[in-house]
Design a protein around this ligand. Sequence first.
Ligand code: AMP
Ligand code: MG
Length: 589
Amino acid sequence: MISVEEHLATILAAVRPAEPVRLPLSDCVGLVLCEEIRSLVDLPGFDNSAMDGYAVRSADVEGADPAVPGSAVTLPVVGEVAAGGVATMPVALGQAVRIMTGAMMPEGADAIIRVEDTDGGTETVEIRAGAAIGTSVRPAGEDVRIGTVVLEAGSVIDARRVALLAATGHGDVLVLPRPRVAVVSTGAELVAPGQPLAPGQIHDSNSHMLEAALTECGAVTTHRLTIGDEGSEVIRVVEELAGQVDAIITSGGVSMGAYDVVKEALRDSGTVDFVQVRMQPGKPQGFGTVGERRVPLFALPGNPVSSYVSFEVFARPALRTMMGLRPAGRPSQKARLTHQLDSPVGRTQVARAVAVRDDAGWHADPVWGQASHFVADLSRANALLIVPADVTHLAAGDEVEMWLLDGDRARLTAWPADAEAEGAGGAVGAAGSSRGLTHVRADGSAHMVDISAKDVTAREASAAGRVLLSPQAVTALRSGGVPKGDALAVARIAGIQAVKRTPELIPLAHPIAVHGVSVDVDVADDAVQIRATVRTADRTGIEMEALTAVTVAALALIDMVKAVDRHARITDVRVVAKSGGRSGDWSES
Ligand code: AMP
Ligand code: MG
């Protein structure tokens, strides 16, 4: 058996960066630039306006000041220039030219007056604010001078660098190309996902996983094949592909079974070696080169987790090397284990884990299913834990090396689940955000304060708020003309209903006996005023109930009037009075 490091070293010694090619910008994201890039233009290319407004001579508008009545200056508008156009008229003393953002400064003008500081006129313009020379003018070459180096060879191209390349005039650049890779799944039991399974058959997940993993690492899958367990087929396919691609990855058929077809077929090639690596999962590995072009071939084990881990540990670094990138592409961190982890004697374990970061650093929770067929737990994981061969046991709290599979962030999920993940142990863990919160314990667990020892007292709380409305909506409310019906009645009832739901909505609010609720709505000229009063006899306050009543009444009102007023706005929701309980009586005014 050989170590992980030895096998990886053999692989990295056999691969080298490809020949650079010139590619259009749209194909370059993630690729390494192979030439120094100089700007072909000045940026900005010419003096231009930073605002929609008027190009003027600063001296003409010197006295204009919005704070000084009668100080406005009126100038004739002698022309207009939009982005992409050229001003035909120079701006002479006492003249203005209407100008749009990005448009070339007309000759003679030395400042821009924003349209907001004018009456927007087209024949003449009243200018209400002055501007020093150069105001809202973007001078030519301010950002980049023609001929200066903007990117060095070796830069990895990303969206921001694409912006720079495009702006400086480069439509294509010399880069190290994406490796073109063929993926071959082997196994007579394999059926394409989406197809029905006969007894004993399984869906081919590896070829799809490998294609996805190749895309993630910047390579491209040119062929994805599923073949059976015939040695002759393996040889034929590999020979054919070797002339067409930059690398071949096979899965399955490399262990000790009776149908380890890849191993049997390629062992005699003399150029692919099959080895046992001191690693779990992923012990059986094949690697070598095939064909005249000596194309690297990775023969990965068939179990889905073994296949994935083998790709990460061996194929990905090799492909990155071919792309001119640092082989170890995963951010490596130290993490503390949340649970113990046992590891086989003499094997580097690559365990899958869910990693979470808080103020104390990264924590790694090994997934339950560590055997090499657990695809669901593989999919849950966002990290690989690297347990050295000589370590057989790690206790909870021990430090472990970790590779983050999704970068430094919480795992990508679609909004709004993402927002939830952030709060519930994503980028900011629950324990980390708990500092100083009375309802969160030191270990991060949340709890409701125990109120059983408090006295039962009569309590009352009032809250108020407003929904700002357009005059049309107010008229509709007053005349009963809201198309959906009696908006005010619906708002009142919604407020009362909401009081009874408060503990379901507000995580740490206690369920308490609500003895009375009133919700009043009052139509003013520009708003509906909402006021709710809630009464109880219980051990804790009822302010949250009052606030919930006002908020939900306001939401219900918005829902009722939205056909009449799309801009209705809730504002000023607050507690205005409370009585009873230890903190005594209080009111806003
Ligand atoms: P093998 O190395 O070919 O003996 O495969 C080991 C295990 O992985 C067997 O249970 C196979 O059925 C399974 N396996 C092999 N290839 C694939 C694949 N492409 N997708 C899913 N499972 C596979
Ligand atoms: Mg097989």
